[in-house]
Design a protein around this ligand. Structure first.
Ligand SMILES: [Zn+2]
Length: 152
């Protein structure tokens, strides 16, 4: 807790600490520039992505920005053929296990007719981004990474 049993210097150092070294808005802005950013924990050395105020593995608060490779493995996906309000079907939401560790949600760049369970486990790489227009539930537009299968 800030202030309990600490010197004035320690309190000032604690208060000056930046607890969110990468905001969600900055994460989306980086995505728009083709970069998948995450946070490296200075306690456990693991990577958190998308950004959160604490490490997703150990809840540590000392983290620094890192750029991820955008490479990973396709864990799972589904083809959406009936879109929710403000979305356009068909599209393929997917879950990717990044090379650096954390799982990231995005879209898969693939013709829906080519989608099959055989694609699970394939290597993927970030190939761009998609901007959702947003609807009455999402509070405006959001950007997500788009992945492409790189292994035949
Ligand atoms: Zn950690």
């Amino acid at each position: 807790m800030v202030g309990v049993g600490k010197t004035q210097e320690e309190i000032e150092k604690e208060l000056a600490k930046q607890y969110i070294p990468l905001s969600y808005a900055e994460y989306e802005e980086a995505l728009s520039n083709g970069k998948l950013m995450g946070l490296k924990c200075l306690s456990c050395n693991k990577i958190t992505c998308h950004p959160m105020p604490v490490c997703q593995w150990c809840s540590g608060r000392d983290m620094e920005r890192v750029e991820l490779s955008g490479e990973g493995e396709l864990l799972t996906f589904t083809v959406i053929r009936v879109a929710p309000e403000s979305f356009e079907a068909p599209y393929i939401p997917c879950l990717v296990k990044t090379k650096e560790g954390p799982n990231v949600i995005g879209r898969l760049e693939l013709e829906p007719e080519q989608a099959s369970q055989a694609l699970i486990g394939k290597r993927v790489k970030m190939s761009g981004t998609y901007t959702y227009k947003g609807d009455k539930f999402s509070g405006g537009a959001h950007v997500c990474p788009v992945f492409k299968i790189v292994e035949p």
